[in-house]
Design a protein around this ligand. Structure first.
Ligand code: ZN
Length: 414
């Protein structure tokens, strides 16, 4: 079962939600939400909806109603209108409706709404659900493009027979230990029961091998979660947690991905940049695209912008399919690098020809060599820009030099 489009919230892969479950308290409130909507506990969907519509009309803040009351009504409706959440609530109260499941309202708000804030933290309330397990799953970009079903075998512990109350802790999950520390000194310590591991219940487990069909949807992204609800190990008195597969996108040799867009880097020669090129690209679905420049199209070393951005062009709609709507695709960006010939690689005759052929040739400057200085260029690195001249004796320069050139520092101090 899938929670399509569920945002990847909270826990990172590999992590387990903290805190093993606690025994359910007997006095769980499972009526409050019904009272809020003013319906009977056995009310059907229609009645619940009708009650909600009526209440929300009278209590809507736009119509002068109380905003808090309205939120309470909405939250109650959100849970009771959802069969699964309602069943959880009926069994375990608000504890059973985990924060994740309470979509728009958010778990935290919901709890403070019904318990007047403060004193009841979400963490300590905890849904009565066993720990979930996250499995990272590496998926190639091709598989994320085309979609794929992978069969994966998992081993899970399932309870054999009926769990019985732990004899050692009598179902408490913890044992009180009284110790005499010295004459007249007694301490009382509570520790987790070692016989049942704090569950208060004892049972025998057997291992079950289960093959899961993991369906990787077209367009899924890094961090997307594929959930198998209740497929984790069984735990007495609790619902089994979920098994989540977390998508990890494998690096692709040609494409980088951002959202639904793809980016490929293409190096062209100066000749190709000026005179045209064709480039055969194997797409992620196996098609071969031939990217072909139009007559007269020029590929430049960078964009004509102030920031000197890399030169990119785009093949529209050849990016990744969108998750949930695979027919809407992103774009394929091509970032160009123009490779110029090296020094002395162009024969004199070629240069002479090019000078004639290419637009805007050099117009010799008019000057008297005795009155000016002719200089030449040497190779350079922009990272050295600003480091020329004799070292400066200000304090900042001082600090910078301290590690590398101790001697220099001494000179400056003397
Ligand atoms: Zn025990």
């Amino acid at each position: 079962m899938f929670f399509g489009g569920h945002p990847f919230g909270g826990g990172m892969p590999g992590g387990m939600p903290g805190g093993s479950g606690r025994a359910p308290s007997s006095d769980v409130d499972t009526t409050k939400l019904y009272e809020t909507l003013g319906v009977d506990k056995n009310a059907d969907k229609k009645e619940i909806r009708k009650a909600y519509m009526k209440l929300s009309r009278t209590h809507h803040p736009d119509k002068g109603g109380d905003a808090h009351k309205f939120k309470e009504i909405s939250a109650a409706y959100e849970i009771l209108s959802d069969e699964e959440k309602r069943a959880q609530y009926d069994k375990y109260g608000l504890d059973g409706v985990s924060g994740d499941d309470v979509g728009a309202t958010g778990g935290e708000d919901l709890f403070s709404m019904f318990f007047g804030g403060g004193g009841r933290s979400r963490r300590s309330a905890g849904p009565r659900k066993g720990p979930s397990v996250n499995h990272p799953m590496k998926v190639s970009l091709e598989d994320l493009y085309n979609g794929k079903t992978v069969k994966l075998a998992v081993n899970r512990k399932i309870i054999q027979g009926t769990p019985v109350e732990c004899t050692k802790c009598k179902g408490q999950g913890a044992i009180m230990e009284i110790r005499q520390m010295g004459p007249g000194m007694i301490t009382q310590m509570q520790r987790t029961c070692d016989q049942c591991g704090g569950q208060g219940q004892q049972c025998t487990f057997k291992s079950e091998r289960k093959v899961l069909e993991v369906h990787v949807e077209k367009g899924m992204r890094e961090g997307d979660k594929i959930t198998f609800s209740g497929m984790s190990d069984e735990v007495p008195k609790m619902e089994p947690g979920d098994i989540n597969f977390i998508i990890q996108e494998k690096e692709h040799e040609l494409f980088k991905r951002k959202g639904a867009d793809l980016l490929a880097v293409k190096t062209v020669s100066l000749n190709q940049a000026l005179c045209g090129f064709t480039w055969k690209v194997k797409h992620l679905d196996g098609r071969t695209l031939v990217i072909k420049s139009r007559p007269g199209e020029v590929i430049k070393p960078e964009m004509n912008t102030k920031e000197a951005l890399p030169f990119v062009k785009v093949v529209p709609d050849e990016g990744m399919p969108s998750k949930g709507n695979p027919f809407v695709r992103g774009n394929m960006y091509v970032m160009f690098r123009v490779e110029f010939p090296n020094d002395n690689e162009l024969p004199k005759e070629v240069v002479a020809e090019l000078r004639k052929l290419l637009p805007e040739p050099d117009v010799p400057e008019n000057y008297n060599p005795d009155e000016v200085e002719e200089v030449h260029l040497s190779p350079a690195d922009l990272r050295s820009f600003g480091k020329g001249g004799a070292s400066h004796s200000s304090n900042e320069a001082h600090d910078e030099d301290e590690e590398g050139g101790g001697q220099q520092v001494q000179c400056q101090q003397s």
